[in-house]
Design a protein around this ligand. Structure first.
Ligand SMILES: CC(C)(COP(=O)(O)OP(=O)(O)OC[C@H]1O[C@@H](n2cnc3c(N)ncnc32)[C@H](O)[C@@H]1OP(=O)(O)O)[C@@H](O)C(=O)NCCC(=O)NCCS
Length: 183
Protein backbone atom coordinates (compact mmCIF):
# COMPACT_ATOMS: atom_id res chain seq x y z
CA UNK A 1 0.00 0.00 0.00
CA UNK A 2 1.28 3.47 -0.80
CA UNK A 3 0.53 6.17 1.76
CA UNK A 4 1.16 9.90 1.80
CA UNK A 5 4.03 9.30 4.22
CA UNK A 6 5.83 7.25 1.57
CA UNK A 7 6.20 10.45 -0.44
CA UNK A 8 8.32 12.04 2.31
CA UNK A 9 11.92 11.67 3.31
CA UNK A 10 13.56 13.04 6.44
CA UNK A 11 16.99 14.50 7.14
CA UNK A 12 18.55 15.91 10.26
CA UNK A 13 18.91 19.67 10.58
CA UNK A 14 22.66 20.27 10.18
CA UNK A 15 24.89 22.88 8.58
CA UNK A 16 24.30 21.01 5.29
CA UNK A 17 20.49 21.20 5.49
CA UNK A 18 20.33 24.64 7.14
CA UNK A 19 19.39 26.45 3.91
CA UNK A 20 16.40 24.11 3.40
CA UNK A 21 15.21 24.80 6.96
CA UNK A 22 15.81 28.55 6.56
CA UNK A 23 13.79 28.61 3.32
CA UNK A 24 10.81 27.00 5.09
CA UNK A 25 11.05 29.41 8.02
CA UNK A 26 11.26 32.41 5.70
CA UNK A 27 8.32 31.19 3.58
CA UNK A 28 6.32 31.18 6.83
CA UNK A 29 7.23 34.67 8.01
CA UNK A 30 9.94 33.51 10.41
CA UNK A 31 7.33 31.26 12.11
CA UNK A 32 5.32 33.22 14.64
CA UNK A 33 6.85 36.42 13.30
CA UNK A 34 10.46 35.36 13.82
CA UNK A 35 10.94 32.75 16.55
CA UNK A 36 13.06 30.54 14.27
CA UNK A 37 12.11 27.59 16.47
CA UNK A 38 14.04 28.94 19.47
CA UNK A 39 11.24 28.83 22.04
CA UNK A 40 12.22 25.51 23.64
CA UNK A 41 15.98 26.11 23.61
CA UNK A 42 17.59 27.49 26.81
CA UNK A 43 17.70 31.10 25.54
CA UNK A 44 13.99 31.06 24.66
CA UNK A 45 12.67 33.92 22.56
CA UNK A 46 11.97 36.53 25.23
CA UNK A 47 15.47 37.99 25.41
CA UNK A 48 15.87 38.28 21.65
CA UNK A 49 15.44 41.74 20.22
CA UNK A 50 14.90 40.63 16.63
CA UNK A 51 14.16 37.68 14.39
CA UNK A 52 17.81 37.91 13.30
CA UNK A 53 18.88 37.24 16.90
CA UNK A 54 16.74 34.11 16.94
CA UNK A 55 18.07 33.01 13.57
CA UNK A 56 21.67 33.45 14.73
CA UNK A 57 20.99 31.64 18.01
CA UNK A 58 19.38 28.74 16.16
CA UNK A 59 22.29 28.49 13.76
CA UNK A 60 24.70 28.46 16.73
CA UNK A 61 22.82 25.48 18.20
CA UNK A 62 22.99 23.66 14.88
CA UNK A 63 26.71 24.33 14.50
CA UNK A 64 27.38 23.49 18.15
CA UNK A 65 25.54 20.16 18.02
CA UNK A 66 22.97 21.22 20.63
CA UNK A 67 19.94 20.84 18.40
CA UNK A 68 18.11 17.66 17.38
CA UNK A 69 15.61 18.30 14.64
CA UNK A 70 14.22 16.21 11.81
CA UNK A 71 13.25 17.94 8.58
CA UNK A 72 10.58 16.43 6.34
CA UNK A 73 11.06 16.73 2.59
CA UNK A 74 8.74 16.30 -0.35
CA UNK A 75 11.17 15.75 -3.20
CA UNK A 76 13.94 18.20 -2.35
CA UNK A 77 11.82 20.75 -0.58
CA UNK A 78 11.72 20.99 3.21
CA UNK A 79 8.06 21.28 4.27
CA UNK A 80 8.06 20.53 7.99
CA UNK A 81 10.00 19.52 11.08
CA UNK A 82 9.94 17.94 14.50
CA UNK A 83 12.35 19.18 17.18
CA UNK A 84 13.36 16.83 19.99
CA UNK A 85 16.14 16.49 22.50
CA UNK A 86 17.07 15.81 26.12
CA UNK A 87 15.46 18.13 28.70
CA UNK A 88 18.67 20.16 29.15
CA UNK A 89 18.54 21.02 25.47
CA UNK A 90 14.83 21.91 25.56
CA UNK A 91 14.09 23.28 29.05
CA UNK A 92 11.43 25.85 28.09
CA UNK A 93 8.19 23.97 28.04
CA UNK A 94 5.01 26.00 28.59
CA UNK A 95 3.56 26.00 32.11
CA UNK A 96 6.88 24.95 33.52
CA UNK A 97 5.97 25.89 37.11
CA UNK A 98 2.97 23.58 37.13
CA UNK A 99 5.02 20.90 35.42
CA UNK A 100 7.82 21.15 38.00
CA UNK A 101 5.40 21.02 40.96
CA UNK A 102 4.40 17.40 40.46
CA UNK A 103 7.49 16.21 38.68
CA UNK A 104 8.84 12.89 39.91
CA UNK A 105 11.41 12.30 37.20
CA UNK A 106 12.51 14.05 34.07
CA UNK A 107 12.01 12.20 30.80
CA UNK A 108 15.00 11.07 28.76
CA UNK A 109 13.73 12.97 25.73
CA UNK A 110 11.33 15.74 24.91
CA UNK A 111 9.55 16.54 21.70
CA UNK A 112 9.47 20.31 21.43
CA UNK A 113 8.31 22.29 18.48
CA UNK A 114 6.50 20.72 15.55
CA UNK A 115 5.73 22.57 12.37
CA UNK A 116 4.29 21.95 8.92
CA UNK A 117 4.48 24.73 6.36
CA UNK A 118 1.28 26.41 5.24
CA UNK A 119 -0.12 24.69 2.17
CA UNK A 120 1.22 21.30 3.30
CA UNK A 121 -0.96 20.69 6.34
CA UNK A 122 -3.33 17.77 6.66
CA UNK A 123 -1.22 15.41 4.54
CA UNK A 124 0.71 13.46 7.16
CA UNK A 125 3.82 15.67 7.33
CA UNK A 126 3.72 16.01 11.12
CA UNK A 127 3.09 12.29 11.43
CA UNK A 128 6.16 11.58 9.29
CA UNK A 129 8.21 14.03 11.38
CA UNK A 130 7.24 12.46 14.72
CA UNK A 131 7.82 8.95 13.35
CA UNK A 132 11.32 9.95 12.24
CA UNK A 133 12.10 11.62 15.57
CA UNK A 134 11.01 8.52 17.49
CA UNK A 135 13.13 6.32 15.22
CA UNK A 136 16.18 8.53 15.90
CA UNK A 137 15.50 8.42 19.64
CA UNK A 138 15.32 4.64 19.48
CA UNK A 139 18.63 4.52 17.61
CA UNK A 140 20.15 6.78 20.26
CA UNK A 141 19.16 4.33 23.01
CA UNK A 142 15.48 5.12 23.58
CA UNK A 143 13.97 5.90 26.96
CA UNK A 144 10.99 7.87 28.19
CA UNK A 145 9.78 10.43 25.64
CA UNK A 146 7.50 13.29 26.60
CA UNK A 147 5.49 15.59 24.35
CA UNK A 148 3.29 18.48 25.47
CA UNK A 149 0.47 18.57 22.94
CA UNK A 150 -2.77 20.46 22.96
CA UNK A 151 -5.86 18.46 23.71
CA UNK A 152 -7.97 18.16 20.56
CA UNK A 153 -10.84 15.91 21.71
CA UNK A 154 -14.07 17.62 22.81
CA UNK A 155 -13.01 20.89 21.20
CA UNK A 156 -14.42 22.45 18.07
CA UNK A 157 -12.24 22.16 14.97
CA UNK A 158 -9.06 24.19 15.51
CA UNK A 159 -6.84 25.65 12.87
CA UNK A 160 -3.40 24.05 12.88
CA UNK A 161 -1.94 27.42 13.90
CA UNK A 162 -3.14 26.84 17.45
CA UNK A 163 -1.30 23.56 17.88
CA UNK A 164 2.19 24.85 18.69
CA UNK A 165 3.23 21.53 20.12
CA UNK A 166 0.93 19.41 17.96
CA UNK A 167 -2.50 17.96 18.74
CA UNK A 168 -2.84 15.20 21.33
CA UNK A 169 -4.39 12.91 18.70
CA UNK A 170 -1.15 12.99 16.72
CA UNK A 171 0.80 11.57 19.65
CA UNK A 172 -1.81 9.03 20.70
CA UNK A 173 -1.37 7.48 17.24
CA UNK A 174 2.17 6.61 18.36
CA UNK A 175 1.09 5.15 21.69
CA UNK A 176 1.78 8.18 23.88
CA UNK A 177 -0.42 8.24 26.97
CA UNK A 178 -1.54 11.30 28.84
CA UNK A 179 0.03 11.31 32.29
CA UNK A 180 -1.16 14.63 33.61
CA UNK A 181 -2.55 17.99 32.71
CA UNK A 182 -0.31 21.04 33.11
CA UNK A 183 -2.47 23.74 31.50
C1 LIG B 1 -0.28 21.09 14.06
C2 LIG B 1 0.50 20.78 12.79
C3 LIG B 1 1.96 20.53 13.14
C4 LIG B 1 -0.10 19.51 12.14
O1 LIG B 1 0.70 19.22 11.01
P1 LIG B 1 0.13 18.36 9.78
O2 LIG B 1 1.28 18.01 8.93
O3 LIG B 1 -0.98 19.10 9.15
O4 LIG B 1 -0.45 17.09 10.55
P2 LIG B 1 -0.72 15.63 9.92
O5 LIG B 1 -1.38 15.79 8.60
O6 LIG B 1 0.54 14.83 9.96
O7 LIG B 1 -1.77 15.06 10.96
C5 LIG B 1 -1.45 14.01 11.86
C6 LIG B 1 -2.55 13.95 12.92
O8 LIG B 1 -2.54 15.14 13.70
C7 LIG B 1 -3.89 15.49 14.03
N1 LIG B 1 -4.16 16.83 13.47
C8 LIG B 1 -3.46 17.51 12.53
N2 LIG B 1 -3.98 18.74 12.34
C9 LIG B 1 -5.05 18.83 13.16
C10 LIG B 1 -6.01 19.86 13.41
N3 LIG B 1 -5.97 21.04 12.80
N4 LIG B 1 -6.98 19.60 14.32
C11 LIG B 1 -7.04 18.40 14.97
N5 LIG B 1 -6.14 17.39 14.77
C12 LIG B 1 -5.17 17.61 13.88
C13 LIG B 1 -4.77 14.41 13.48
O9 LIG B 1 -4.91 13.42 14.48
C14 LIG B 1 -3.94 13.87 12.35
O10 LIG B 1 -4.24 12.52 12.07
P3 LIG B 1 -5.40 12.13 11.01
O11 LIG B 1 -5.04 12.82 9.74
O12 LIG B 1 -5.29 10.65 10.94
O13 LIG B 1 -6.68 12.65 11.62
C15 LIG B 1 0.39 21.96 11.77
O14 LIG B 1 -0.96 22.35 11.63
C16 LIG B 1 1.20 23.17 12.16
O15 LIG B 1 2.38 23.25 11.86
N6 LIG B 1 0.59 24.13 12.86
C17 LIG B 1 1.36 25.27 13.34
C18 LIG B 1 2.14 24.84 14.58
C19 LIG B 1 3.20 25.85 14.93
O16 LIG B 1 2.98 27.05 14.84
N7 LIG B 1 4.39 25.34 15.30
C20 LIG B 1 5.48 26.20 15.62
C21 LIG B 1 5.47 26.48 17.07
S1 LIG B 1 6.72 27.67 17.49
Amino acid sequence: MTTAADAYTTRALTAQTWDDFAALVEENNGVWGGCWCMGFHPEGVRGATSAQDNQAAKRAHVDGGTCHQLLVYADDRCIGWCQYGPPAELPNISNRKTYDKELDRLPDWRIGCIFTGKGHRGHGVARAAVAAALAQIETAGGGVVEAYPEQSADRPAQRGAYFHTGPESLYSQFGFERVRRIA
